[in-house]
Design a binder for this molecule. Structure first.
Ligand SMILES: C[S@@+](CC[C@H](N)C(=O)[O-])C[C@H]1O[C@@H](n2cnc3c(N)ncnc32)[C@H](O)[C@@H]1O
Length: 296
């Protein structure tokens, strides 16, 4: 992992520079530098991919915009990219270890020999370049919520996973008893990762159907509304998806929605309620939260 870093670039008003440095340092960045770019200042900082993933970086971008608003300056633009990605794609694997999540799941790296015996459902995973190792707070909140929803007396439960990433939530749904799961992601790498993780977990393609696209694709894939909807994406995206979720919901459907920072919870809750969802519980872990919602 030593050669691989997120390079985070923040372009903003020079008067904001100290605040940007403070925020980047608080986020855990190292090796910050700055240079003048026209009338702006470009601050660069570096961070290990082990310490932040795409959701965390999106949160950082939001906090930087909020910091600028607080001091009455123009909002900065934040970009990030991985440097030395080739090495990263394999070297991070040595740091990722099996992890128990909730009461019933064990998330297990694909390249380790599977445990001979476990009381937990072993979810084997190679996320490749897709999001979803189970280490992020939002994924964990979703998995723990799923445990509460699945595995009881119900039979024939169908689930839709919007933004499936590595397929972790879809596969967990099957392991916990869902009869059929429909999964979509706009990223072709995520679709590939979900398909190969499906195989790794010996789940049939008829039971976990995955295609590239978003909720519009999902509406076409499932002949009927589903029992449960999973969506762990960014708040800005979720707000746009909520109105379309009605098309795949039944009067008894439930949903698990995450990828939302605590300060973004209110607009999400308001939008859910406007579209006839009841917010049953709101779980939080550090700065992230997860909505458990139901139709009735
Ligand atoms: C935070 S990851 C979640 C991955 C996995 N479900 C988990 O919980 O760990 C969000 C995923 O949503 C996908 N995504 C983003 N916008 C989307 C959209 N409008 N429709 C479907 N997928 C989307 C991204 O490509 C990414 O794989």
């Amino acid at each position: 992992m030593a050669n691989t870093w997120w390079e985070i670039q923040v372009l903003g008003d020079p008067a904001l520079e100290d605040v940007i440095f403070w925020r980047l340092e608080k986020f855990g960045c190292r090796g910050t530098s700055s240079e003048v770019k026209g009338h702006s200042s470009l601050v660069c900082a570096y961070l290990s991919p082990l310490d932040a993933n795409l959701l965390d970086l999106a949160a950082l971008s939001l906090w930087l915009r909020q910091d600028a608003l607080m001091v009455g300056l123009a909002m900065p633009m934040t970009h990030w990219h991985l440097i030395d990605e080739e090495d990263w794609s394999s070297s991070w694997k040595q740091y990722w270890q099996p992890q128990e999540v909730g009461d019933r799941l064990l998330v297990y790296p694909a390249w380790l020999p599977p445990p001979e015996q476990s009381e937990r459902h072993t979810l084997r995973l190679d996320p490749g370049a897709a999001f979803g190792t189970g280490t992020h707070q939002t994924t964990q909140l979703c998995l723990e919520s799923l445990e509460m929803r699945l595995g009881g007396e119900q039979e024939g439960v169908t689930v839709a996973d919007i933004g499936c990433g590595s397929g972790i939530l879809s596969i967990a749904s099957v392991l916990l008893g869902a009869e059929k799961v429909y999964s979509v992601d706009i990223d072709p790498m995520a679709v590939r990762a979900t398909r190969s993780n499906r195989e790794l977990n010996k789940i049939s393609p008829q039971r976990l159907i995955v295609e590239q696209g978003s909720i519009d694709r999902l509406i076409k894939m499932s002949d009927e509304p589903v029992d449960g909807i999973l969506c762990n994406i960014l708040a800005e995206v979720i707000i746009d998806l909520i109105p379309q979720m009605t098309a795949i919901a039944k009067p008894s459907s439930w949903g698990i929605i995450s990828g939302v920072l605590l300060e973004q919870a209110k607009p999400i809750a308001d939008t859910l309620e406007q579209h006839d969802w009841i917010v049953a519980t709101l779980w939080r872990r550090q700065e992230w939260c997860c909505f458990n919602i139901r139709r009735s």
